[in-house]
Ligand binder design. Structure first.
Ligand SMILES: Cc1cc2nc3c(=O)[nH]c(=O)nc-3n(C[C@H](O)[C@H](O)[C@H](O)COP(=O)(O)OP(=O)(O)OC[C@H]3O[C@@H](n4cnc5c(N)ncnc54)[C@H](O)[C@@H]3O)c2cc1C
Length: 803
C-alpha cells in the first residue's frame, strides 16, 4: 500500500468503487481505495441489484439515468460483465390516487426525456401475466428498468479505476483518521498509515462509524431488508424474462431470478439494524429471516400474483442497508472539516451509485458538483439530526417507501420536537402544523379543533376555504404570521460590510436599511437568497432559508470573513412574527413610539424598536407583497409580543394566517423560494433576480459569470402563469408545454386567493419570453391552458408594499 495519496476512498462497495472510478476519469490518478475485507463486503453483495430511473426529485432521477447508461462504459473498459438485464418495468396502481401519482410521475418524466407510458390493466397483464387484474386500476411502463449483478458492477468500477492508475487494497481497515493543521489527513489502518490530501467516507454500513472517527454524527441508519426467491415456476419456462414490477398497494417489488421470482418488501414495521454501533466483525453475513414480520405483505403478494405461491419459498435474504431520514444519499464536503467528503446513505446503489460518483468527483476536482445536487447534499441536514431523530425518521421513510406522499401531507414521526414559545397559543387557535427542520410551524388555521387536520389530496383540500379567508384578511385588513422558521445569522466586526459585499451579489444596505440579495457561486449560479439587514456600521442581521443553514455555513467557511469579523448562526435564538395588510401600519403604530409613516420608516427600512415592553428588530417588508412588517425578537419575548399584537389587533380585524396562505400570496407576487425557484442550476437573470445584482461593485463572487449571463440573457427564464385549472393546482415539477412540446417545468404553484386564479411559476427556454399564449401546464395528467403573466398577478406595480 502506498504511503501518500491525493485521495483515500474508504469502502469498496458499489459507491466507493464508483467514486474511485470517477476520480480517475476526472484526471486524478493518485487515488487509493481501502477496503476492510473483500470488495462488496457491506450491503452490496446481497443486494437484489434492481435499478430504475424514477425518483421523486428530478435531479436525482437524472443521476439515476446516468448510472444506468454507465454500465456499458465500465464493462468495455474493464472487460468485467455487470450482468445487465434491461427487462423494462411496470408500476402498478391499485387506487385512483396512485393512478394520479403515476400520471404525475409520467408528466415529470417528460422534461427528463424519460419514455414512460401509462397503460391499462389489460396491457399490464399482457406485459406481466403473473398479476391478477382485479386488484389494479392501471399501470405505468418504463422501458429502462432492470437489474445488474452487484459483484460484477463493483468489480467493473474497481478494475476500470485500476486500469486508469488507481490502487485498491483489500483486507485493510481504516481505524483512525487524524486531521493535520494543513488540511491533509493521516489515515491510520491496521496495515500501516497513509498521508492523504482528501478522504472520502464511502463506508456504507459503517459510514456512521467512520464519521465518528472525525467527530461527526451522520444521519444514517441501517434497516433490515428482506426479499425471497420462489421455487421454479412453470409459468416462466420458455418465456422472455419477466418485467420488474412494483405493486404499490402490496408494498412489494418483483423480478425474475432464474426459474423463479424474487419478491421484496418494505414492510411497515421495519426494524433498524445496529441502531447505535455497527459491529466491525459483520462481514458477508446475512441476518436471520423473520418471515412473520413480512407476512402481511407476502399475503397480499400471493393474492395479487397467485402463481408465486404454489412453488413455495426457495430462499430468503435478510440484509441491512443504510438510509438517510429522507431516503436520499448524503454526498459532498462536510462543514467544519477540511478535505473530508462523504458518499454514503445510498439506498439504491445500482440506480444511484454512478451519479453519486460523478457528482462527488466533480465536486472534488472542479470545486463544484456540476449538477443540482441539493437533494442529496449532506449539508441539507443541520444539527437537529440526533441519533434518535434519525432512527424515527428512517423507520418512517422505510415504511413509506411505496406509499404516496401527498403534497399537503405532513409526516408524523419525531413530532412535535421543537416548538416556539407561542406553540400552545397557536394550537389553541386551531393551527394545523407542519414540520420544518424539526420545528413546528403553522400551516393554516381551522375554525375548530375538530376541523384542524389535512385531508391529504393532490387536489384542493379541506384547507382551501380557510386559506382563502386568511388571504382575504391580509388583503383587506391585517394578518399575523409566525416566521420563526428562517435561518438567521449575526455578522459583526470591523470589515463585516466588505466581507458581505464580496459574498453577496447586491449592494450592502445603508445603516437602518435592508436589502434582498442573491448569493452566487463562481459560476454565477444561485446558492442562496438573503435579506441583509444593517443595524449599525459593522453589525448585520441576515435572514435566509433555515434548511440551508449548514449549506451556507459551509460556503462561508470556504470564503471566510477577515479576522475580527464573526458570522454566527442564531436561528433559534430569534423567533419572529410578521404582520401584513393595509391595516398593519395602524396596528404597529398603536404599539410603538417610532413614527411609521413612509416618510420616516419607508419600505426596506430596518431598525430596533420597542414594541410595548418588547425590544425587537423591525423590518418594513412582507413576503406577501403587502404593506407589512417583520418583527424579530429573542425567543423569550415572543409570547409577550404575540399577546400584544393579538390584543391590539382586535381593533384592526387581525386574523392569524399560516404558511399555506403565505405560499399562495408570494406566488401571486412572483416571489421565489430557495430550493424551488432558486437553486444552483439557475442564474440570477434567469430567476428574475437581476435587479438585485449590483455591478457597480468591483468584485463579488460570481460577478464575471453573472455579467456574462446578463449580456447573453441566460438560457432559461422564470415565468408566472395563470392556469385554467379545475380542482387541482400545480404544486411543482409539472411539465410546461408550449404549442404541443414540453418545454419547461413548474417550480411552484397554488391557488391565488386574492386574485381568484390558479397560478404557477416555472422555467422555460428564454427564447419563449416574448410569448404569452400557447402554454399549457399538465396537472394530474390533464393539460390545462396557461397564460403567461407579464407582471405579478397581485398588485403588479408594487404600490401596496411601498405605500
Ligand atoms: C437485501 C437487500 C436488497 C437490496 N436491493 C437493492 C436493489 O435491488 N437495488 C439497489 O440499487 N440497491 C439495493 N440494495 C441496496 C444496496 O445494497 C446499497 O445501496 C449499496 O450496496 C450501498 O453501497 P455502499 O458502497 O454505499 O455500501 P456498502 O456495500 O456497505 O460498502 C461499504 C464498504 O466499506 C467497507 N468499509 C467500511 N468501513 C471501512 C473501514 N473502516 N475501512 C475499510 N473499509 C471499510 C465495507 O467493508 C464495505 O465493503 C439492497 C440492499 C439489501 C440489503
Amino acid at each position: 500500500m502506498k504511503t501518500h495519496a491525493q485521495v483515500v476512498v474508504i469502502g469498496g462497495g458499489v459507491v466507493g468503487t464508483s467514486v474511485l472510478y470517477h476520480l480517475t476519469k476526472a484526471g486524478w490518478k493518485d487515488v487509493l481505495l481501502v477496503e476492510r475485507a473483500e470488495l462488496t463486503s457491506g450491503s452490496t453483495w446481497h443486494a437484489a441489484g434492481g435499478m430504475h430511473t424514477v425518483n421523486g426529485d428530478p435531479n436525482v432521477a437524472k443521476l439515476q439515468q446516468y448510472t444506468i447508461q454507465l454500465y456499458k462504459e465500465i464493462e468495455q473498459i474493464s472487460g468485467q460483465s455487470c450482468g445487465v438485464h434491461i427487462t423494462g418495468g411496470i408500476m402498478l396502481a391499485g387506487t385512483r390516487e396512485r393512478l394520479d401519482w403515476l400520471k404525475m410521475a409520467k408528466a415529470r418524466g417528460r422534461y427528463l426525456k424519460m419514455d414512460l407510458e401509462l397503460i391499462s390493466v389489460e396491457e399490464a397483464a399482457r406485459l406481466f401475466p403473473l398479476l391478477d387484474k382485479k386488484y389494479f386500476v392501471g399501470a405505468m411502463y418504463d422501458p429502462i428498468e432492470g437489474h445488474v449483478d452487484p459483484y460484477g458492477v463493483t468489480h467493473a468500477y474497481a478494475k476500470s479505476a485500476q486500469i486508469a492508475g488507481a490502487e485498491v487494497v483489500r483486507h485493510t481497515r481504516v481505524v483512525e483518521l487524524k486531521a493535520r493543521p494543513d488540511g491533509t489527513w493521516d489515515v491510520i489502518t491496521d496495515k500501516g498509515n497513509v498521508r492523504a490530501e482528501h478522504v472520502v467516507n464511502a463506508a456504507g454500513l459503517w459510514a456512521r462509524e467512520v464519521g465518528r472517527m472525525v467527530g461527526i454524527e451522520l444521519p444514517i441508519l441501517a434497516m433490515e431488508h428482506q426479499y425471497l426467491i420462489t421455487g421454479d415456476m412453470p409459468e416462466l419456462v420458455g418465456k422472455k424474462e419477466q418485467l420488474h414490477a412494483i405493486d404499490f398497494e402490496g408494498e412489494i417489488y418483483l423480478r425474475q431470478e432464474r426459474g423463479g421470482m424474487l419478491m421484496g418488501t418494505y414492510e411497515r414495521a421495519g426494524v433498524p439494524w445496529s441502531p447505535v454501533t455497527t459491529p466491525w466483525d459483520f462481514g458477508q453475513d446475512l441476518l436471520p429471516n423473520d418471515l412473520e414480520r413480512i407476512a402481511p405483505s407476502l399475503a397480499v403478494g400471493f393474492q395479487h400474483f397467485p402463481a408465486l405461491e404454489p412453488p413455495g419459498i426457495k430462499k430468503v435474504v435478510n440484509g441491512p442497508f443504510t438510509f438517510a431520514p429522507d431516503g436520499n444519499p448524503l454526498v459532498g464536503p462536510v462543514r467544519g472539516l477540511k478535505n473530508f467528503w462523504v458518499a454514503c446513505g445510498v439506498m439504491a446503489g445500482f440506480s444511484q451509485g454512478g451519479g453519486v460518483g460523478l457528482a462527488l468527483s466533480r465536486w472534488m476536482v472542479d470545486g463544484d458538483p456540476g449538477a443540482d445536487v441539493w437533494g442529496m447534499d449532506v449539508a441539507r441536514y443541520g444539527d437537529w439530526t440526533t441519533l434518535a431523530y434519525t432512527n424515527a425518521k428512517v423507520r418512517e421513510n422505510y415504511s413509506r417507501r411505496f406509499r404516496i406522499r401527498f403534497p399537503n401531507e405532513e409526516l408524523p414521526a419525531a413530532r412535535p420536537l421543537r416548538t416556539t414559545p407561542i406553540y400552545e397559543k397557536l394550537k389553541a387557535a386551531h393551527a394545523v402544523f407542519g414540520d420544518y427542520c424539526t420545528l413546528e410551524h403553522p400551516l393554516w388555521y381551522a375554525p375548530s379543533a375538530e376541523e384542524a387536520y389535512d385531508e391529504v389530496s393532490f387536489r384542493r383540500s379541506n384547507a382551501h376555504p380557510h386559506v382563502a379567508a386568511e388571504c382575504r384578511a391580509v388583503r383587506d385588513a391585517v394578518g399575523l404570521l409566525e416566521i420563526s422558521n428562517y435561518g438567521k445569522f449575526e455578522v459583526r466586526g470591523a470589515g463585516a460590510a466588505e466581507w458581505l459585499s464580496r459574498v453577496m451579489a447586491n449592494r450592502v444596505p445603508a445603516v437602518g436599511r435592508l436589502a434582498l440579495t442573491p448569493m452566487l457561486n463562481q459560476r454565477g449560479k444561485l446558492i442562496g437568497d438573503f435579506t441583509m439587514c444593517r443595524l449599525s456600521q459593522e453589525n448585520f442581521f441576515l435572514i435566509g432559508t433555515y434548511a440551508a443553514e449548514t449549506y451556507y455555513l459551509r460556503w462561508f467557511e470556504r470564503h471566510p470573513p477577515p479576522s475580527g469579523v464573526s458570522v454566527r448562526p442564531c436561528a433559534m435564538e430569534y423567533t419572529g412574527l410578521a404582520i401584513a395588510g393595509p391595516k398593519s401600519r395602524a396596528l404597529l403604530q398603536s404599539m410603538v413610539r417610532d413614527d411609521l409613516a413612509t416618510s420616516a420608516f419607508p419600505f426596506l427600512s430596518f431598525r430596533r424598536m420597542e414594541i410595548g415592553m418588547v425590544p425587537a428588530y423591525v423590518g418594513r417588508v412582507s413576503f406577501t407583497g403587502d404593506l407589512g412588517y417583520e418583527m424579530w425578537v429573542t425567543s423569550d419575548y415572543q409570547r409577550a409580543l404575540y399577546d400584544l399584537l393579538t390584543e391590539a389587533g382586535r381593533a384592526h380585524g387581525l386574523k392569524l394566517f399560516g404558511g399555506r396562505a403565505l405560499n399562495s400570496m408570494r406566488i401571486e407576487k412572483g416571489f421565489g423560494n430557495w430550493a424551488r425557484e432558486y437553486r444552483p442550476i439557475y442564474g440570477p437573470f434567469e430567476a428574475g433576480l437581476g435587479r438585485f445584482v449590483d455591478f457597480r461593485k468591483d468584485d463579488f463572487i460570481g460577478r464575471a459569470a453573472a455579467a456574462e449571463e446578463k449580456e447573453k440573457g441566460g438560457a432559461l427564464r422564470l415565468l408566472a402563469f395563470r392556469v385554467a385549472a379545475r380542482d387541482a393546482d400545480a404544486i411543482g415539477d409539472e411539465p410546461i408545454w408550449h404549442r404541443g412540446k414540453a418545454v419547461g417545468w413548474v417550480t411552484s404553484g397554488a391557488y391565488g386567493h386574492r386574485v381568484g386564479a390558479s397560478l404557477a411559476l416555472g422555467y422555460v427556454p428564454a427564447t419563449l419570453v416574448g410569448e404569452n399564449d400557447g402554454f399549457e401546464i399538465e396537472i394530474i395528467g390533464e393539460r390545462c391552458q396557461a397564460t403567461r403573466l407579464a407582471a405579478p398577478a397581485f398588485d403588479p406595480s408594487g404600490a401596496l408594499m411601498r405605500q
